[in-house]
Ligand binder design. Structure first.
Ligand code: FES
Length: 567
């Protein structure tokens, strides 16, 4: 056995039954890469590299990782990068969400199995940062998160375009017949034109902001555009910081606490952030034994205004947020609502960090607490007979006229059923109906896709209908907008009440009361339950089997049951 207190190259020796031989052999093989004995004696900083030819958002990682290495070397460490799984959002079938936990296992195990005293986690695209933070929290090695940074918006025929709120806006107009086939092809080439993550407050930008709030990044780095020289400087600073972390920590489990998670919930609400972040934060917190309560989310939502005017809720892009003062300016504004004694990766508390910062802020992008963009938080949790364990609505991106309404259910029992019938001219649907999608949750076989943004039926879209109440156990892209109830739990595939909804049932939505109720009497529901056929598939092998056997519901972050710490 190797010495558990060993550092550098001597950490976690390969087991040959003779530790001295193991170290001698490891040094020898490391020297085959051209390193001197002096360099091999330094603290080792691992760099978890999630670049991939299947991930456009990470396309400039080679340059960014060079900057990290520069910082590590200058601070007296030895940088060694290693590849991990990469999750390019639009390249994965059935969804990137299915593989988030797999990536977290990869990150955790490779941090633990290889000899590193600290690690820089380089990620960005939606699921990569949650996976890295989950893995690093479980691995217990000091870690600093470095994000890719957002793409720049593009100028196109007199307006700014950026992935991916504008992708959806133009696609909706194309479906409605307002944009031609030639023009949509032109727009396709102009939506995502630089390296980096989606340019709006989607899931990737939200997770970057939350990683900084949590205290896991170099201060001020979350919103730096991918192509800005400051992004490379943030890479260098992350490498330098990792060498300091190697000597004295703190470890992620000292940073991910009940208070710091509550701070991240505040910021999530204040930025009108992605609904996906609730699931990811719950999973990250769960790795540290911290529980995220949806009831507490509602309390925070009532007392946290939306301060940031960014798409999809508002009008600006992430590069504007950076120029306006970045996440630091937002945190300073939220100071009275935050726990300032939370430890950050620099060793300072959040309060110490904010006290040391300059006070520039552009009020057209980051509003003050006295003059918020919206008076209440961006997200609310709903409970009721349709969602006993909760559901989520992004009210900041929804139509308030629909918040207190009763609608007739128009039900689709699967994604296939949805795509087959949604545009059928004979579909019995009116703008006042509630569209309901079943069997798109974590255990459905579809792996909880971002399908909760059900398209408006073509005949209604062409008549000018822009929003309807839509309900599902699926997720929604952080870049989407609409009156959309998501993450309904328990999901339909495990027999949740959502599975019992039939065409023509009445459903009541009350955002004010935080309720979503199926208005069908208990006796009828019992009759339906007695003949309900189980829909959860049972694959025989491989990761799909591991996933379906162990994935938890949305309120537990869709983590695997054997990876969470008891909360
Ligand atoms: Fe990678 Fe949007 S596709 S962040």
């Amino acid at each position: 056995m190797s010495d558990p207190d060993s550092t550098g190259l001597a950490r976690g020796l390969t087991n040959y039954g003779d530790p001295d031989f193991s170290l001698y052999l490891r040094r020898s093989f490391a020297k085959s890469m051209g390193y001197s004995r002096e360099l091999l004696a330094r603290p080792i900083v691992g760099i978890a590299n999630s670049a991939s030819g299947f991930n456009n958002c990470h396309r400039d990682f080679p340059q960014l990782i060079d900057a990290v290495k520069r910082g590590v070397l200058a601070a007296g460490g030895l940088p060694l990068d290693f590849p991990t799984i990469s999750l390019g959002e639009v390249f994965l079938h059935p969804t990137s969400m299915m593989f988030r936990n797999l990536m977290s296992i990869d990150v955790e195990e490779m941090i633990r199995a290889q000899p590193m005293d600290a690690v820089v986690l380089v990620g960005g695209c939606d699921k990569t940062v949650p996976a890295q933070l989950m893995g690093a929290t479980s691995a217990g090695v000091p870690a600093v998160q470095l994000v890719a940074g957002p793409m720049m918006p593009t100028s196109y025929r007199g307006e700014r375009l950026g992935a991916c709120t504008d992708c959806r806006r133009f696609w909706a107009r194309y479906r409605a017949g307002e944009v031609s086939t030639d023009e949509i092809e032109d727009i396709e080439s102009n939506l995502a034109t630089t390296a980096g993550t989606c340019a709006v407050m989607g899931t990737a930008s939200t997770m970057a902001a939350l990683a900084e709030t949590l205290g896991m990044t170099v201060p001020g780095s979350a919103a730096i555009p991918a192509v800005h020289a400051d992004r490379l400087r943030a890479g260098e600073a992350s490498g330098t910081l990792a060498v300091a972390l190697a000597a004295k920590g703190p470890r992620p489990s000292e940073i991910v606490t009940e208070k710091s998670i509550e701070n991240t919930l505040r910021v999530l609400l204040a930025i009108g952030g992605s609904t996906n972040a609730i699931i990811h934060l719950t999973a990250i917190a769960g790795r540290a034994g911290v529980r995220v309560s949806l009831a507490r989310l509602n309390e925070l939502s009532d007392t946290t205004p939306v301060l940031v005017d960014l798409k999809p809720t508002g009008q600006h892009y992430m590069s504007d947020l950076y120029a306006a003062g970045g996440i630091g300016a937002l945190l300073r504004e939220l100071k009275p609502l935050l726990h300032l004694d939370c430890l950050t990766v620099t060793g300072e508390t959040l309060g110490e960090r904010l006290a040391a910062e300059q006070d520039y802020v552009d009020r057209s992008v980051i509003r003050s607490l006295d003059d918020p963009f919206q008076p209440h938080g961006g997200l609310v949790a709903l409970f009721g007979t349709l969602a006993p364990n909760g559901a989520i609505l992004k009210r900041s991106a929804a139509d308030p006229k629909l918040f207190e309404s009763v609608g007739r259910a128009v039900v689709f029992d699967s994604l296939e059923d949805l795509s087959r019938r949604i545009d059928d001219p004979a579909l019995d649907v009116t703008p006042q109906d509630f569209l309901v999608l079943q069997n798109a949750g974590p255990k459905s076989g579809a792996a909880m896709p971002e399908a909760g943004y059900l398209p408006i039926p073509l005949k209604l879209a062409r008549a000018g209908v822009k929003d309807m109440v839509r309900i599902s156990d699926a997720r929604m892209s952080g870049t989407a907008f609409g009156t959309i109830v998501l993450h309904v739990s328990p999901e339909a595939a495990v027999g949740g009440p959502l599975a019992l909804v039939k065409n023509g049932d009445r459903i009541r939505l009350s955002v004010e009361k935080r309720r979503i109720d199926l208005m069908v009497d208990d006796a009828e529901l019992a009759r339906r339950r007695a003949v309900l056929v189980a829909r959860a598939p049972a694959p025989a092998r491989g990761y799909a089997k591991l996933y379906l056997d162990h994935v938890l519901q949305a309120e537990d972050g869709c983590d695997f049951d054997f990876l969470r710490q008891a909360c």
